[in-house]
Design a protein around this ligand. Structure first.
Ligand SMILES: [Zn+2]
Length: 270
């Protein structure tokens, strides 16, 4: 009896083993075209969506939402830029690159090379500025590139923020002095001024877009524009090594003097 049971058990086990692969879950053989097609496909957009405005976002939206009867059938889109518009933009960019000096399209003017002055006066590599960061000059200053770059930094971080949108914004810098071979403060026997090396610019004031003028002489102590002049004067300290204004001495009551001379003690600003 025991033997018989063992034989039955053995046979049963053997038959289970033998049929196991036949009864386990297996992937069903792919049949026909059905499974070769993607499950999610873009749907054909309904006629209410403009065929001129193809958009994947629109296609997805049609799957999950119904289009409101209030929806517009055509959306406003920017029109393609015409070739004329593209050509104008390219010409402007080319002109900007042609007119740049000091390797900066924001600094426009012409390179005039070495300026030879009396004695030790002169500039090794000078530029005559037409505009800096979009701001023009009442008189085109001749300076060197480090000074032109300091001027750009100051225009962007000092001058423009101080003037803001007053009068439509600043348009022009009123130049009181740039390159000239002379001693400091025009005093005979004094050391040569930084102006003698193209490292300085004197600024008397500004013309705004609306034609209004702000000057150091008349507005330094004014209620309207005094704060702005002080703000931009402070902001020059850093980009420039020497910053002088009406608070420095009587010689600077009518202009700011900015130069790029560097001192071991840092910037000198007064
Ligand atoms: Zn000066």
């Amino acid at each position: 009896m025991r033997l018989a049971l063992a034989v039955i058990a053995c046979l049963t086990a053997g038959s289970v083993w033998a049929f196991a692969p036949e009864t386990s879950l297996r992937p069903v053989t792919r049949g026909g075209q059905e499974t070769t097609e993607p499950l999610i496909r873009p749907l054909v957009r309904p006629a209410t969506v403009s065929p001129e405005a193809p958009s994947t976002v629109g296609a997805i939206a049609t799957v999950t939402t119904e289009i409101s009867s209030l929806a517009v059938t055509t959306s406003i889109r920017p029109s393609r830029r015409t070739n004329a518009v593209i050509a104008t933009a390219q010409a402007t960019q080319q002109a900007r690159l042609r007119g740049q000096v000091c390797g900066d399209p924001d600094i426009q003017g012409e390179a005039i090379g070495a300026v030879d002055g009396r004695g030790s006066c002169g500039i090794e590599s000078a530029v005559r500025l037409r505009s800096v960061a979009g701001i023009t000059f009442s008189e085109r200053p001749t300076i060197d590139c480090p000074t032109a770059k300091a001027l750009k930094t100051w225009i962007q971080t000092g001058l423009k923020p101080a003037i803001g949108s007053e009068g439509g914004g600043v348009a022009q810098i009123l130049v009181a002095g740039h390159y000239t071979c002379r001693p400091r403060n025009n005093q005979a026997g004094a050391r040569l001024s930084e102006h003698s090396f193209g490292r300085a610019i004197d600024i008397a004031g500004f013309r705004l877009q609306n034609g209004e003028r702000i000057t150091v002489l008349s507005d330094w102590n004014s209620r309207d524009d005094g704060d702005q002049l002080r703000q931009m004067h402070r902001a020059a300290c850093g980009p420039f090594g020497t910053v002088l204004g009406p608070a420095a001495d009587a010689a600077h009551r009518d202009h700011f003097h900015f130069d790029t001379a560097r001192y071991r003690s840092g910037s000198y600003c007064r």
